[in-house]
Design a protein around this ligand. Structure first.
Ligand code: 3PY
Ligand code: MG
Length: 262
């Protein structure tokens, strides 16, 4: 059996509930990692994360039974190898538009002969006997190229045929831009929903796992009910500010006007 919780959940037919870290803080990662998520993804593309803060986040989530994942800033071999060397067991990569780009991603993420990843799992290899990590990494690490443009949607079948990917991850805001309906999550436009249905169907045909970025429980549950196998609930900054605003507003409402409107 896989040691990767995401793979375990998928092999039992379940859907993964993923967290998203944009705050460059090990403590924030620790807080989120104990909330019951199945996986936690450090976002190095749009999150306020750099390499060191990403490593701190991975360290902070180390004692929880979650899969540590990273979204890299771009499809480049240097950063892909470096986040895997730091111990990521899942990789999300933005803006993968063609089968060739997906093949490149797989190649960067896998050791030879499957790929071209360079040896040196400086942190990733630390918790097992020397050489053990390299024997299992190709199978254990989840690779999810992002489908977030019209071009990627047009190429979806070819992208899904690329050996070594575990599914795809939809970026709804970039997809919205690409289709001229605006950069938002939890789309309800029939045109976008038809794309989601197609991605789910084509993934299912190939025993792959469709994933999607959502903004909250309602959209995430709807996505799971559509057949998505990996859903992200906003990011921790979004969750924090949503809950804080609710608490501030409730305090004003419940204090009979003594806590004044600002
Ligand atoms: C998108 O919605 O485009 C994303 O990349 C989600 O983070
Ligand atoms: Mg995006």
């Amino acid at each position: 059996m896989s040691i990767n919780k995401v793979k375990q959940i998928w092999s039992s037919g379940g859907a993964v509930v993923n967290a998203w870290l944009s705050i460059p803080s090990g403590f924030a990662a620790e807080v989120i990692a104990q909330c019951g998520f199945d996986s936690v993804t450090v976002d190095m593309q749009h999150g306020v994360q750099d390499y060191r803060s990403m490593v701190e986040c991975l360290q902070a989530m180390g004692r929880y039974t979650i899969t540590p994942m990273v979204r890299v800033p771009w499809n480049e071999p240097g950063i892909v190898g470096k986040v895997l060397d730091a111990g990521a067991y899942g990789l999300i990569c933005p803006m993968v538009n063609t089968a060739q780009e997906a093949r490149n991603l797989v190649s960067y993420a896998k050791y030879p002969p499957a790929g071209t990843r360079s040896n040196g799992p400086i942190r990733a290899g630390m918790y097992s006997a020397a050489g053990t990590y390299q024997k299992t990494a190709n199978d254990e690490i989840v690779v999810l190229p992002m489908v977030e443009t019209k071009t990627a949607v047009e190429n979806i079948e070819q992208i899904l045929e690329v050996a070594g990917i575990d599914g795809v991850y939809i970026g709804p805001t970039d997809l919205g831009f690409s289709y001229g309906v605006g950069p938002k999550t939890d789309h309800t436009e029939p045109e976008i929903l038809r794309i989601y249905e197609k991605v789910v169907r084509e993934c299912n045909r190939r025993k792959l796992n469709p994933g999607i970025h959502c903004s909250a429980a309602e959209g995430a549950a709807r996505a799971i009910n559509m057949g998505f196998k990996f859903v992200t609930l906003s990011d921790e900054a979004g969750l924090m500010s949503t809950y804080a605003k609710i608490q501030v507003n409730q305090t004003r409402e419940m204090s009979s006007g003594k806590a004044q409107e600002r």
